[in-house]
Design a protein around this ligand. Structure first.
Ligand SMILES: Nc1ncnc2c1ncn2[C@@H]1O[C@H](COP(=O)(O)OP(=O)(O)O)[C@@H](O)[C@H]1O
Ligand SMILES: [Mg+2]
Length: 253
């Protein structure tokens, strides 16, 4: 894992960001137990369900608390900030999870993102790899939840709209200066059918295909039943496809 310390998963809503993030977390945590930091940067808060973890406190909760407590604010500025951030982590098998959560008042998304960025910054050195399950669309890249991302995985299904969103995200990622520094980016296609040619659609976007997931009946079933994707058999189609992504990203995985 010499060169990849962070993977961010992005794309249009519903394209499988949370499924792929969860399986990345699971496979990495099995391989590098205790060295994986998972970040749920989507206010819809899904990783707690798909990883089967109970989240007691989110970054948004912490922010609301800090706003009401001058002493705690001072602690954040001067004191052992890492302890404060550590205190809101949920602990899974081989990984820890930091959840942004929903802002408690309207209009404070940016503030929550800012505190999340601060949290990631403070914690990231304690881990070997960080996986971020992002918000839909390119906005979060603009808000720079992370300073840099070693691998940006842009999810798309085979719909023209999701590919358009993917193209928009790449554009933002490539814009430079005020944006997040993306070292490499790859496209991950979801719900790919064998009879569907992918070339023409994808060529337009100009990104390397990093992975392809087929429709996986078990993923649907687990979702319907509210079961954690950590219980999914590893030889089912989606985990196998995500393993291929990791093999491509990390030498000797
Ligand atoms: N390859 C797949 N096979 C079956 N169901 C899938 C697959 N990918 C995603 N899903 C289902 O599609 C829905 C959206 O996926 P999700 O990962 O939540 O998307 P996102 O996080 O991008 O909004 C979920 O119900 C998920 O279980
Ligand atoms: Mg999601």
């Amino acid at each position: 894992m010499d060169n990849i310390k962070s993977i961010a998963v992005t794309g249009k809503g519903g394209t499988g960001k949370t499924v792929v993030s969860t399986l990345l977390i699971r496979l990495l945590a099995e391989r590098f137990p205790g060295r994986v930091l998972a970040i749920d940067a989507d206010s819809a808060m899904s990783l707690c369900y798909t990883t089967g973890l109970k989240v007691d406190k989110t970054v948004s909760n912490l922010r609301a608390e800090l706003l009401g407590m001058r002493q705690a604010r001072q602690q954040l500025n001067n004191g052992p900030t890492k302890d404060l951030m550590r205190s809101i982590l949920a602990h899974g098998e081989g990984f820890d999870l930091l959840t942004m959560g929903r802002p408690e008042e309207p209009g404070c998304f940016c503030a929550c993102n800012e505190l999340l960025r601060f949290g990631i910054d403070t914690l990231i050195d304690d881990y070997d790899i960080c996986i971020v399950d992002g918000e839909a669309g390119p906005e979060q890249l603009n808000r720079r939840v992370m300073k840099s991302v070693d691998l940006l995985l842009v999810m798309a299904d085979m719909s023209a709209r999701s590919l358009q969103t993917a193209a928009g995200i790449i554009e933002v990622a490539n814009k430079g200066e005020n944006n997040i520094d993306v070292k490499q980016a790859g496209l991950v296609l979801n719900r790919v059918r064998n009879d569907q040619p992918t070339d023409e659609l994808v060529k337009k976007i100009g990104l390397e295909i990093y992975g392809q997931l087929p429709e996986d009946k078990l993923v649907n079933e687990y979702d319907r039943e509210g079961k954690s994707l950590f219980e999914l058999p590893l030889d089912s189609p989606c985990p196998m496809a995500v393993k291929e992504i990791l093999k491509k990203a990390i030498p000797n995985f």
